[in-house]
Design a protein around this ligand. Structure first.
Ligand code: ADP
Ligand code: MG
Length: 673
């Protein structure tokens, strides 16, 4: 009998070699493996007789093996078998399967899954011993991602055996739901199990959030600043929107208290979060403390340096990258340190009064352990509580459109400011889905559009975005347009064209060397690039004022949220922005999804649509839930969240969740004084 804690190396079917593979991926206990859930299901649940087999339809049937023999044809191994039931006979064929003839016995009954072809045979069928409890045939069969290097069949067998041998004490309704997801009775039970697990996750999240809230409430460890005037410096060349002003006010109020701020600033792409954070940073700096501004990518960090220098010329800005050392000069003047997560490692030296995290699409989880964990946690917490050491205020910025009611419910430890209006004069980006046969016409249109001037900008640029490619990824990603290919295609197209003006085309992706990246970005800002072919590296927050058109290749590969982020890159200087979507997908659902996207400009509505459109067979179903670490819950399922909130009130105080939700913002970062 097994428990959830049983070490995987002691489980039947897992030898030392497989254990090595599993442990390398972080699978140590049985619980870890159980949470390795199927990506999708192959529906082999319809059971028929041989005479009622239909061409090209995936079904299962039980039959007796009459004969089996193997031979070589053109050096290829072939095996053929004949099976029979009371209604007829059928021929089965396998290619390159040395083991099949040894593993099957004439005279035995088997359950067989496959599709009849138009030659009247079934090639490459799945076969297993007939029984009332089949694993690979005659049911909804789980298909796992290829993250773990193990045969599907073997993984299924191991999971089946272990779940059958799970100790009764280890079982509860959550574990039962997980088992259902591996070996579902039917489609309804998949949906039911997912909902149950989503609810459990939400409960765990609420609990973590409540815990953090309690912890922070009693802290008085931050520096309360006194306000310096003017609040909004004259160097900012535009009038703040009302929503920006309100957010500034809310943040500044927090900074004037010695309770460390833990606030999220939520605003759609282009709503102007950076300037709000900058105003807060300036107040902290004027009060004598440094600020750490953390961006998700290096490109974005460099860009923040550029824009914040313009908006706040009187501040001392320092760019910190992975390798750079803190400047030695011990000038007393506090600084605004901008960088990627590497900044975190230097926090003890910087001693910021405020830490700003930009573009956190996901929160509620601990990507940020480095920030929050201290080696000697207990004593640090005690010192923090007594106010002996100082902690930083924390401001997180996000474009994830999480509704207020939701923030109050499951992120109760965070305060929220919303920027719910766009700067004046912003035009809505026009979005079109372009059929493949209009591709050239699309390119022509782009060339023309780029040559037109606009009263708001001198020069226009077009972005062409291709999905990431990771060769290690699932087969499903095989046909995705590659950045380099597209670059070459585009380059060829525009250089062969005798247009009156030659367009210059740039290539930017994460695998390009750093100095080369910097060079391209420089060229972009010097208006030397007309078309930039790139990966979603530009998705997160990059502000390219001249970007006016974005063309997205294989648009079906992106979730709505990502598409919306990408679309948010254009039209930022008040010019009309355009978004052109290309997709090779033939699926009607995909087409519908892209059409819906092209008609909707509201981030929250899109997120809801995204959720509605996902089916159980959707391989992208589990990504982009909005909270990392959460496998089931999505914040767009408001009904379930309301249910979770109600249920949470009824839980006993010592309730322990099945899920281990790590908190994102556990402790304020202690600063040695
Ligand atoms: P995001 O919220 O997506 O981070 P940014 O802070 O990058 O948006 O702002 C987008 C653009 O809008 C920037 O070029 C910024 O200078 C400009 N901007 C911000 N606030 C205003 C405003 N109130 N009026 C006009 N332009 C603004
Ligand atoms: Mg931003």
């Amino acid at each position: 009998m097994y428990t959830l804690e049983t070490p995987l190396e002691t489980i039947k079917g897992i030898g030392p070699k497989l254990f090595e593979v599993l442990s390398a991926q972080g699978f140590i206990k049985l619980k870890d493996l159980l949470l390795y859930l199927p990506l999708r299901y192959s529906d082999r649940s319809e059971i028929v007789t041989i005479s009622s087999l239909e061409v090209n339809k995936l079904v299962s049937f039980e039959a007796k093996l009459k004969s089996i023999s193997g031979f070589y044809k053109n050096r290829r191994r072939m095996d053929t078998a004949v099976v029979e039931d009371s209604t007829g006979k059928i021929k089965l064929m396998w290619f390159n399967n040395k083991f099949i003839s040894k593993s099957l016995k004439v005279g035995e009954n088997y359950m067989i899954s496959g599709k009849l072809n138009d030659r009247g045979t079934i090639t490459q069928p799945t076969v297993e011993m007939a029984s009332t409890d089949t694993i690979h045939t005659g049911r909804l069969v789980p298909i796992y991602s290829s993250t773990i290097d193990i045969q599907q069949g073997k993984l299924r067998r191991i999971l089946r055996n272990t779940t059958l041998q799970l100790n009764n004490k280890a079982k509860n309704n959550i574990v039962d739901a997980i088992i259902q997801l591996h070996f579902p009775d039917d489609e309804d039970s998949i949906i039911k199990a997912r909902e149950q697990l989503a609810l459990e996750e939400l409960l765990a999240l609420i609990k973590t959030s409540e815990k953090i809230k309690l912890h922070w409430k009693n802290l008085k460890s931050a520096s309360a600043i006194s306000l310096s005037k003017p609040l909004i410096p004259k160097t900012i060349p535009f009038e703040l929107t009302n929503a920006q002003k309100r957010s500034v006010k809310e943040i500044i109020e927090d900074l004037q208290s010695s309770s460390p701020m833990n606030r999220v600033l939520i605003g759609d792409v282009g709503s102007g979060k950076t300037v709000v954070a900058g105003i807060a940073a300036r107040q902290i700096i004027n009060a004598g403390h440094s600020v750490a501004f953390i961006a998700p990518t290096k490109i974005l960090a460099e860009q923040h340096l550029e824009t914040l220098t313009k908006l706040f010329p009187e501040l001392d800005l320092v760019l910190l990258t992975g390798k750079s050392k803190l400047p030695k000069v011990k000038s007393a003047k506090p600084k605004l340190y901008i960088g990627t997560h590497a900044v975190i490692n230097k926090i003890d030296e910087i001693k910021p009064g405020l830490i700003i995290y930009d573009e956190q699409h996901r929160f509620g989880v601990s990507q940020r352990s480095t920030n929050q964990q201290s080696k000697n946690k207990k004593s640090t917490n005690q010192k923090l509580n007594k106010g002996k050491i100082k902690s930083a205020h924390i401001l997180t910025m996000s474009a994830t459109p999480i509704p207020r009611s939701l923030m109050l419910t499951i992120f109760s430890h965070l305060k929220v400011s919303y920027i719910d209006e766009l700067p004046q004069g912003r035009k809505q980006t026009k979005t079109w889905v372009i059929p493949e046969n209009k591709r050239e016409a699309g390119y022509e249109w782009i060339a023309q559009e780029l040559s037109k001037t606009d009263q708001s900008i001198q020069k226009k640029m077009c972005l062409i975005v291709c999905p990431f490619i990771d060769p290690s990824n699932h087969l499903a990603f095989e046909n995705v347009a590659s950045t380099k290919e597209v670059y070459e295609k585009i380059n060829e197209y525009f250089t062969s064209k005798q247009t009156n003006k030659k367009l210059s085309i740039g290539l930017l992706h994460g695998r390009i060397k750093n100095d080369e990246q910097a060079k391209i970005i420089n060229e972009i800002y010097q208006n030397k690039i007309d078309i930039l072919v790139t990966t979603p590296i530009i998705e997160v927050g990059v502000d390219l004022p001249t970007a006016s058109i974005i063309l997205i290749e294989s648009a079906d590969r992106f979730g709505m949220a990502s598409l919306h982020q990408l679309r948010g890159r254009v039209g930022r200087s008040g010019q009309q922005g355009y978004c052109l979507l290309f997709s090779e997908s033939k699926s009607a659902t995909t087409k519908k999804r892209l059409q819906e996207f092209s008609k909707e400009n509201n981030g929250l509505k899109l997120a809801e649509l995204d959720l509605k459109n996902r089916g159980s067979g959707d391989i992208f179903g589990t990504t982009q839930s909005g909270f990392s670490q959460l496998k089931f819950a999505t914040w767009t399922n408001l009904d379930l969240i309301a249910k979770a909130q109600k249920k949470y009130q009824e839980l006993p105080k010592d309730w322990q969740s099945f899920f281990d939700i790590k908190s994102d913002t556990k402790d304020p970062k202690p600063l040695a004084n």
